[in-house]
Design a protein around this ligand. Structure first.
Ligand code: C5P
Length: 397
């Protein structure tokens, strides 16, 4: 989502500036182009060398280079940016921003910036709570500045309270959310997304499951939610955190997932079936742990209900998207599944492809609908999720 985005990272004089290095690295690895502007005092907290290396560009502090008179144009920088992110934002800088003081490059760039501005305040708890700081923050909010709330915790002063800059990962999430706000194209829609692996108990200790990490389904839930849809994520076992704004229903077995889906499908606008659902479950679940013996053990398994096929029969005007993980005759098998389960389209991942499948952060997929097949290149799972969301949007029902 941040691929190709131009972000100015402003750093002010606060001890939290040490976190700006990690923040810069995260933004760059998410595909953003980052230019760093620092206040003169910020250089005391983190070196220009560190920030220049991580952002892959010289950092900017002064209006001009005293050696050769080269001008650092805050106007051009302001025009270039898609977002101006000031992290950390000190009480001093916030006060100046609130009143339009422009006595350093970071501040003149603020006044020149035509793009959205986000700040991550960082300061001691008493400075943060001070009425003057609160008044300035209120003013900045009114001026349209997005404030990434500080957290509560251990502060550099040795005290504990509110004022600790949000963690770099949280700031990146907030930045992503900011970029997605514009595109509320699925507002008013409600989708179910199944994700993760189901668990079929054998006895109180053991179960049958699979390698699904849930990453693809969670990325789809996030992509749909960021486009304004209400999303209910019906999740089997995963180690993932629920994306912001998404409602998660935790289930264990295929049967639980079936019930959770069937119950909610009618009132929804569609479902994306991304979970790796067990096809077989033990006929009986032993009440006590099965003792080992020297003999082989056979387990009787019965078929589980096919959730996707059931929803396919009740689909009506709703959108239904399926997944296929194939190891041979991939396209033909996926086509067959598309018809049998009444999907609008199916996302085929082949286990034969490098970078595709379980656990990883990337995938190689083909989007197959009744009339076409589009093979996408190797992409991050979140980019694949965006393409799936685009296709759902194009069905627009
Ligand atoms: O037939 P197969 O299991 O390969 O189909 C895969 C698709 O069907 C996926 O979208 C998967 O989430 C869904 N499915 C389901 N319920 C099952 C088995 C698969 O919803 N019991």
């Amino acid at each position: 989502m941040l691929k190709g985005k131009h972000i100015i990272l402003g750093i002010t004089g606060s001890i939290a500036a040490y976190k700006s290095a990690v923040l810069c690295r995260l933004l760059v690895s998410a595909g953003a182009e980052v230019r760093v502007v620092m206040t003169p005092l910020a250089k005391q907290f983190i070196t220009p060398l560190t920030m220049a290396t991580l952002s892959q560009h010289p950092i900017l502090v002064d209006f001009f280079n005293p050696e050769n008179g080269e001008w650092n144009s805050h106007v051009k920088l302001g025009e270039w940016a898609d977002l101006y992110l000031i992290a950390p934002a000190s009480a001093n800088t916030m006060a100046k921003m609130a009143t339009g003081v422009a006595d350093n490059l970071l501040l003149t760039t603020y006044l020149s910036a035509r793009c959205p501005v986000a700040i991550a305040p960082a300061m001691d708890l008493d400075m943060y709570a001070h009425i003057a700081t609160q008044r300035n923050m209120e003013q900045l909010r009114e001026d349209g500045v997005h404030i990434i709330e500080p957290g509560t915790g251990f502060l550099a002063s040795g005290l504990s309270g509110k004022g600790r800059m949000a963690e770099p990962e949280q700031i990146v999430e907030a930045v992503k959310a900011l970029f997605s706000v514009k595109k509320k194209s699925l507002e008013g829609k409600h989708y179910l997304v199944t994700a993760g692996a189901t668990i079929e108990p054998i006895d109180p200790v053991r179960f049958i499951s699979n390698h699904s990490s849930g990453k693809m389904g969670y990325a789809i839930a996030e992509a749909l939610s960021q486009r304004g849809a209400r999303v209910t994520l019906i999740s089997g076992r995963t180690a993932l955190a629920c994306p912001a704004g998404v409602e998660r229903v935790d289930v264990l077995s295929a049967r639980d997932m079936y019930e959770a889906c069937v119950e909610r499908f009618e009132e929804s606008d569609g479902a994306v079936m991304c979970a790796a659902v067990a096809d077989y479950t033990p006929v009986e679940v032993a009440e006590q742990k099965i003792k080992k013996s020297d003999d082989n053990l056979s387990l009787a398994l019965r078929r589980t209900d096919d959730i996707a096929a059931t929803l396919g029969q009740r689909k009506g005007h709703r959108v239904l998207v399926g997944f296929a993980m194939e190891t041979e005759a991939e396209e033909a098998n996926a086509q067959h599944k598309l018809e049998r389960k009444n999907f609008d389209f199916i996302v085929l991942n082949s286990l034969r492809e490098q970078g595709a499948g379980f656990r990883g952060d990337t995938n190689v997929v083909t989007l197959i609908d009744p009339t076409s097949a589009e093979k996408l290149p190797l992409m991050s799972k979140s980019d694949v999720a965006e393409r799936i969301a685009d296709k759902i949007e194009s069905l627009n029902r």
